[in-house]
Design a protein around this ligand. Structure first.
Ligand code: PLP
Length: 374
C-alpha cells in the first residue's frame, strides 16, 4: 500500500476533469481562434470553461486570463503590472519562488517579514509601503506550512499607504480549501493552478480585475485580449473548469473530513515522537497541511525511509527538493536551522483515507527513532 501525502506538490486528477478533457484530446481538437465549425466548437467549450472559472473565483469572465500554470500566473501578475506601472514591488518573505524570484528579477524588491506563526507582520509591511509601490504580493495559503494570510488586513494597509499599488495574491495552495471568491475579494490579481485541485498540470488562471493594467509577458498572436498569447490549451482549460466545479461543490465536506484526518495524524505523531514540534498555528492553516519537525533528524534521510515504507511525503517545497539548506519559509519564521532541516510536510487531499493516516502513524515514529539512534 502507498499513502500519498504530498498533495501540496500535486494532486491526482479528478475523474470529472479527465472525462471533460478527453473529447478535446481526440475528436474535438479545434483551435478556438479559427472561424470554421471545428474552431467554433472549441471556442464554445473555452467560453463555457471561462464562465465556470470566473464564477468559482468570484470574478467576471472578462477578468480571467488563462495561463500555463501557477508560476506563469504569478509572473504575469507581478512582471506584467510592473511593466505597466513601474515601481518597487513588495512581497512576504514566505512566498513561493514563483513570486519571490519574479519580484527579485525586478529593480527593487522589498520583503515583508512574518512572525513565528508564518503570518505577515502588518506593521512591518506598512513600513515598506509608499505611494511609489507598484505591486504588493501576499499569498493566501503557504505551500510549505499551510498558513493563511490575513488578506483583508493587508488590503487595508495597501489602500492606506500605497493607494496606487495593486494587490496580488497567490491562491495556488488555497483554492482546494478556501472560498476564493470571499477570501481573495480584496485582491486585484489572483493566481491559481489546476494541478493543485484535481486538474491537469500546466494550466492555471490569473484574475485581472477590471481596470488593473498588465502588459503581456508572452508576445504573439494576441489571445486573451492581448494579455497572454499562445494557442489555447483547450483540453487543459476544460479540465481545470471541471475540477474547479467539483472542488467548489464538495469543498465544505472535504475540508471537514480532511481536517479530522489531519488532526488525527498530527496529534498521533506529536504524541508518539519525543521532541517533535508542529510548525505554525494549526487553527490558521489550510485543512490538508501537517508540518512537523523532529530534532536530531535530517529530513532527506527520513523521506527515503518513508518512501521505502510506502509513505510519499515531502521535506518542504517540492520545487526546491534536493536543497539541503533550511527552507526560506522556515528561516523567515525563525525556526532554528537544526530544527528546520528535520522538518516533514505531510499534505492531505481529497483522496486521503483513514488507512493512509494509519500507515503514516505506523511508519513515521519508528523511522524517526531509527535515524536518531543511528
Ligand atoms: N505558488 C504556490 C504557492 C505553489 O505551491 C506553486 C506550486 O507548487 C506554484 C505557485 C507554482 O504553480 P505551478 O506548479 O502551476 O507552476
Amino acid at each position: 500500500m502507498t499513502a500519498y501525502l504530498d498533495n501540496a506538490a500535486t494532486t491526482p486528477m479528478r475523474s470529472e476533469a479527465v472525462e471533460a478533457m478527453l473529447p478535446f484530446l481526440t475528436e474535438r481538437f479545434g483551435n478556438p481562434s479559427g472561424s470554421h465549425a471545428v474552431a467554433r466548437e472549441a471556442r464554445k467549450a473555452l467560453d463555457e470553461a471561462r464562465e465556470v472559472v470566473a464564477e468559482c473565483l468570484g470574478a467576471r469572465p472578462g477578468e480571467i486570463v488563462f495561463t500555463g500554470g501557477g508560476t506563469e500566473a504569478d509572473n504575469l501578475a507581478i512582471t506584467g503590472h510592473h511593466a505597466a506601472r513601474p515601481g518597487p514591488v513588495v512581497c512576504t518573505a514566505v512566498e513561493h519562488h514563483a513570486v519571490l524570484h519574479a519580484c527579485r528579477a525586478l529593480p527593487e524588491a522589498r520583503l515583508a517579514p512574518v512572525g513565528p506563526d508564518g503570518v505577515v507582520d502588518i506593521s512591518a509591511l506598512t513600513d515598506l509601503l509608499d505611494p511609489s509601490v507598484s505591486v504588493v504580493s501576499v499569498m493566501l495559503a503557504n505551500n510549505e506550512v499551510g498558513t493563511v494570510q490575513p488578506l483583508a488586513d493587508v488590503a487595508r494597509a495597501v489602500r492606506a499607504s500605497a493607494p496606487d499599488a495593486v494587490l496580488h495574491t497567490d491562491a495556488v495552495q488555497a483554492f482546494a480549501w478556501l472560498d476564493i471568491a470571499a477570501t481573495a475579494a480584496d485582491a486585484d490579481l489572483v493566481a491559481v493552478s489546476a494541478h493543485k485541485f484535481g486538474g491537469p498540470k500546466g494550466v492555471g488562471a490569473l484574475v485581472v480585475r477590471e481596470g488593473v493594467a498588465i502588459e503581456p509577458i508572452i508576445h504573439g498572436g494576441g489571445q486573451e485580449r492581448d494579455r497572454r498569447s499562445g494557442t489555447y490549451n483547450v483540453a487543459g482549460i476544460v479540465g481545470m473548469a471541471a475540477a474547479m466545479q467539483s472542488t467548489v461543490a464538495e469543498r465544505a465536506a472535504t475540508v471537514a473530513r480532511v481536517q479530522a484526518l489531519r488532526d488525527r495524524l498530527a496529534d498521533g505523531l506529536l504524541g508518539a515522537i519525543p521532541d517533535a514540534t508542529e510548525t505554525g498555528d494549526r487553527a490558521n492553516k489550510v485543512a490538508g497541511n501537517c508540518h512537523l519537525s523532529f530534532a536530531g533528524v535530517e529530513s532527506e534521510a527520513l523521506l527515503v525511509l518513508l518512501d521505502g515504507a510506502g509513505v510519499c511525503a515531502s521535506a518542504g517545497s517540492a520545487c526546491t527538493s534536493g536543497a539541503v539548506e533550511p527552507s526560506h519559509v522556515l528561516t523567515a519564521m525563525g525556526v532554528p536551522a537544526d530544527r528546520a532541516v528535520g522538518s516533514l510536510r505531510l499534505s492531505l487531499g481529497t483522496t486521503t483515507t483513514e488507512a493512509d493516516v494509519d500507515l503514516a502513524l505506523e511508519v513515521i515514529p519508528p523511522a524517526v527513532d531509527r535515524l536518531r539512534s543511528s
